[in-house]
Design a protein around this ligand. Structure first.
Ligand code: C5P
Length: 325
């Protein structure tokens, strides 16, 4: 048992993500779309406390607590239970995987295109592996992560990475340095990911467009040095048109941030969060103040990336709420 755990359990910290590129192929027979994407984990964090308990439970606290299922339908509970079922096949000893109580301290915006639910599932895998003292490898957890959802493997991995397949096959992108982002979060509720993908299919069918997923070389080379102008010019999201079709007011948000000097802007994932790339912390401050003063109403966060994926940070209580602007 590691130092990070006491008799009460462990706390796992997990970041949110942005998609710097999201290229969507045709819908597959299993309902998913073939993707080529570049993920970046950014410094807005959920904390998940995992404690041994008499029965399985989950509760959520924090700003977005009301929007999360506080039942065994929660993806974090599904993750914990899946690991308990499979642990026997993953380790040589006979593991004892008793029920756990999960407490999610929620800071990652919900239904916002930032993989908050997937992040909590990744955190549950890491936390339960620690509480049950399984000694499993990250690669073993990645197999379970992919079963839980397309974004879950990246939330274990963190950093900046290419995602292929459903987005669940991860390979790291070579990069040096940090990117500074300003996130605009709508106060009008989230967007449903399946609905945004369906709208993307509908728009493409209407236009007679078919696409092969690929990530631009310009983005990959810009990321090598984290050059904000090169990365900003290469940001691209195939789901953006669908998110704008469902939420036309997002166009005004994108235009306002670019007019205020952002180096690049896009809808994150299936939206409706809008991510603005800036060149420094000072530019992030200027842009967030400009958006707050003149832009369309919404919460504003300043974050940096890349940051590491789900990891144990200590025992029980949540750690400091870092980087939430
Ligand atoms: O895997 P996850 O449950 O996070 O995906 C949510 C939904 O997003 C899927 O049910 C599917 O409608 C859509 N999706 C997709 N293609 C992907 C990833 C997600 O169509 N590669």
């Amino acid at each position: 048992m590691s130092e990070a755990m006491d008799a009460q359990g462990v706390t796992v910290r997990v970041p949110g993500k942005l998609n710097l590129a999201l290229s969507v192929g045709p819908r597959r027979d299993d309902g998913y779309h073939e993707l080529a994407t570049v993920f970046q984990a950014v410094s807005v964090y959920d904390h998940l406390v995992v404690e041994p308990a008499a029965e399985w439970s989950v509760r959520t606290v924090g700003d977005y607590a009301d929007h999360i299922p506080a039942s065994v339908d929660n993806l974090a509970v599904r993750a914990a239970q899946l690991l308990s079922e499979r642990a026997e096949t993953m380790v040589e000893t006979q593991p004892v995987c008793g029920p756990v109580a999960l407490t999610i301290h929620k800071n990652i915006p919900v239904a916002a295109g930032m993989a908050g639910g997937s992040a909590d599932a990744a955190a549950a895998l890491v936390g339960c592996a620690e509480v049950w003292d399984l000694g499993v490898l990250r690669e073993d957890l990645e197999v379970l992560a992919a079963e839980l959802g397309a974004d879950v493997p990246f939330m274990l991995h963190g950093g900046t990475a290419l995602g292929s397949g459903r987005g669940d096959k991860i390979s790291p992108v070579l990069s040096r340095g940090d990117l500074h982002w300003v996130l605009w979060l709508t106060a009008d509720g989230g967007l449903s990911t399946p609905q945004v993908y369906a709208e993307c299919d509908r728009l493409r069918e209407e236009a007679g467009v078919a696409a092969t997923p690929m990530v631009s070389q310009d983005l990959v080379s810009g990321l090598r040095t984290m050059d904000p102008d090169a990365v900003g010019a290469a940001l691209h999201n195939d789901l953006q048109a669908a998110a704008l079709s469902l939420r036309p007011e997002l166009q005004e948000v994108l235009d306002s941030g670019l007019a205020l000097g952002a180096r690049g802007a896009l809808v994150s994932g299936s939206g409706p969060t809008v991510a603005f790339l800036v060149g420094s912390q000072a530019e992030a401050l200027d842009l967030s103040m400009g958006l707050a003063a003149r832009g369309p109403a919404g919460d504003i966060l300043r974050v940096t990336g890349p940051v590491t994926g789900a990891g144990v940070v200590g025992s029980r209580g949540p750690g400091p709420q870092l980087g939430t602007g």
